[in-house]
Ligand binder design. Structure first.
Ligand code: F6R
Length: 613
């Protein structure tokens, strides 16, 4: 987490840095800070809270300077206060540094530096790093880049950093290891950031720095990239296909709502060129060269975190149901720390919206070490996971800025559906006519999602009935069980209401004890299989005076007659139900959070990109 941004050019840096930080706020919003360099003079502005608070607090200060670095923080070491906010400054006030990541051996370094007379004003690992670079630089009178390079060979952990030196104006030094960093190439000006969103408004030509590379960016020569061993690299310049409109709210009150409403388009984008109804085929370009290996896999392991883990569970149901390959779903954080059995005969699928999640990255490294083929399902183009996997497919959902994941989830499920269909067709595990029916049905999902969105006003009304409750239970069976988990996660993360997702049949094994007139139970009751069982579950809740909100298929009269509130979705083939049934749950949590006065796009304690373990 944490977002970093930097500018070097001829324009005033402050407005560029502030706008960049606002775009990166999804990565953390505990504090924000900027350092500007003007006439060999370093000016530092830091404030606890959001970027807007930094803007207010600095409104009367001089903010001149054509070079600067900025940071928005998700606190790891040290409280989220002004003092621990970045940028951090060396003792001689010569260097300023911003950092995303964790320096693991900072405590040892700090002790050693204190013996040399360094004094630390805060508790962060980053302050130690900038003092460490200063110590190395001053001891041997080194250039900034050389001091940074040597320092980084002696630290352990993860970092993306940008440093500037009062005595070397016109230069920024950046480096990365396990945290992302992008350099934007403007016309005689350079932009550095944790991702491309602060850059795209100025240029679409970017360089993604690789792990353990250092870039020295000067006005005279642009970026020069070297490895930590000082070997010169020829950086690859990528031209990004991203529009600035994708980064703005486009008339919606919140990014989350905009992203929910984008789903008919993003699901269609995910399928574009990958499915043909008339000719009856499905094709994933990223799978082509590895199809035989996946088709023959002994088993597939899917590793992910959070919402991506929920789509992984749906992937398990899809691949086992249609392609008959055994699938195991793992929390990436658990996979890496136990001693899993993974071999060359296994295929590991890593799912991640951001492509930067530290636990998922570590799981991929482990799977690669054990010889498995690793396939990535990622949204952010050029991200670390996209580059670390052997092969993969993008979901093409466009930038997801709301911290609660919505369109990425449906993109991931769509991609997994395409994959399951590809594997099933190749393995001959479903009939040609069923395959064709599924292909047709999948192609119609975007229009059906648009239809579900028409229920927004009704869902808003139901939200009003739930907003003052303290708990909620989500129940689903089969393909709808992961949807229940996802609905509960959406509610808790943005409205702070405690919510649990359960397989409907499990309710009687414990959670039923919680049910009384204060407990809203959201039942996803669209399954054709086990329909009667779901009806019984609803009766069990009603018998205990629980309030039932049911998501049903259009025209369902039985459940409509029993539930307190009903939300209808169009009929579809059962494997694709999650793509429709999750939409009302996303809207429900959005409206509840809004009614409770919560910050929908930036919920407390959360960050979009979890680059720490
Ligand atoms: C929930 C949410 C998180 C992420 C999780 C994994 O709405 O956004 O649970 O799904 O942090 O992130 P990615 O998919 O970027 O690896």
């Amino acid at each position: 987490m944490c977002g970093i941004v930097a500018y070097l050019g001829r324009r005033q840096a402050w407005p560029i840095l502030i706008k960049g930080l606002q775009r990166l706020e999804y990565r953390g919003y505990d504090s924000a800070g900027v350092a500007l360099l003007e006439n060999n003079f370093l000016k530092v502005y830091k404030k606890k809270g959001k970027v807007e608070e930094l803007v207010q607090s600095a409104s009367l200060s001089d903010r001149e300077g054509t070079q600067g670095i900025g940071h928005t923080r998700w606190a790891t070491h040290g409280a989220p206060d002004d003092n621990n906010a970045h940028p951090h400054i060396s003792q001689d006030r010569r260097l300023a540094l911003v950092h995303n990541g964790i320096i693991e051996n900072y405590a040892l370094l700090k002790k050693a530096l204190e013996k040399e007379g360094h004094y630390f004003s805060g508790e962060t690992d980053t302050e130690v790093l900038v003092h460490f670079i200063e110590e190395i630089q001053n001891r041997d009178d080194l250039s900034l880049e050389e001091a940074v390079r040597i320092a980084l060979t002696r630290v352990t952990g993860a970092y993306a950093i940008v440093v500037m030196d009062r005595n070397e104006p016109g230069k920024l030094v950046a480096a990365r290891k396990a945290s992302p960093l992008v350099i934007g190439l403007g016309d005689g000006e350079y932009f550095l950031a944790s991702d491309a969103t602060p850059i795209i408004e100025y240029t679409n030509r970017v360089i993604y720095l690789n792990d353990e590379e250092i870039a020295v960016v000067t006005l005279a020569d642009g970026p020069q990239v070297r490895t930590m061993n000082n070997e010169e690299q020829t950086p690859f310049i990528q031209v990004l296909d991203m529009e600035i409109e994708q980064l703005e709210k486009g008339g919606f009150d919140h990014f989350m709502l905009k992203e929910i409403y984008e789903q008919p388009g993003t699901i269609a984008d995910c399928m574009r060129g990958r499915l043909n109804v008339e000719q009856g085929w499905v094709r994933l370009g990223g799978l082509d060269d590895y199809l035989n290996r996946v088709v023959q896999a002994r088993r597939i392991i899917i590793a992910a975190c959070g919402t991506s883990w929920h789509s992984a569970l749906i992937g398990e149901y899809l691949i086992e149901d249609l392609a008959r390959i055994p699938v195991e779903v793992e929390y990436a954080s658990e996979l890496r720390y136990r001693n899993p059995i993974i071999s060359e005969e296994d295929v590991v699928i890593a799912i991640s919206q951001s492509g930067e999640t530290a636990d998922t990255l570590a799981a991929i490294e482990l799977a690669r070490e054990k010889g498995a083929l690793v396939y990535g399902i990622v949204n952010v183009v050029g991200s670390s996971i996209a580059r670390l996997t052997h092969c993969g497919s993008y979901i093409h959902a466009g930038p997801e800025i709301g911290v609660a994941s919505t369109k990425a989830f449906t993109g991931q499920v769509t991609l997994l559906a395409l994959m399951a269909l590809t594997l099933a067709h190749r393995r001959g595990t479903i009939t040609e006519s069923y395959f064709r029916r599924l292909v047709l049905e999948l192609s119609e999902i975007p229009q059906k999602v648009a239809k579900v969105l028409e229920s927004n006003a009704k869902i808003e009304y139901i939200a009003g009935e739930i907003k003052d409750r303290s708990n909620a239970l989500y129940l689903g069976r089969g393909y709808n069980f992961p949807v229940a988990l996802e609905g509960a996660l959406k509610l808790k993360e943005i409205s702070y209401i405690h919510a649990e997702g359960y397989p409907a049949a499990e309710m009687k094994h414990g959670p039923i004890a919680l049910i009384d007139e204060n407990m809203p139970v959201i039942v996803i009751a669209t399954n054709k299989s086990a329909y009667d069982k779901i009806v019984s579950n609803i009766q069990e809740v009603k018998a205990r005076k629980g309030m039932v909100v049911a998501v049903v298929v259009e025209g369902d009269e039985v459940i409509s007659g029993m539930a307190d509130y009903v939300i209808e979705i169009p009929n579809t083939e059962e494997p694709f139900t999650p793509l429709l049934s999750v939409i009302p749950l996303q809207l429900l949590s959005y409206h509840i959070a809004l009614m409770r006065g919560c910050n929908v796009d930036q919920p407390r304690n959360l960050a979009k990109s979890v680059t720490v373990e």
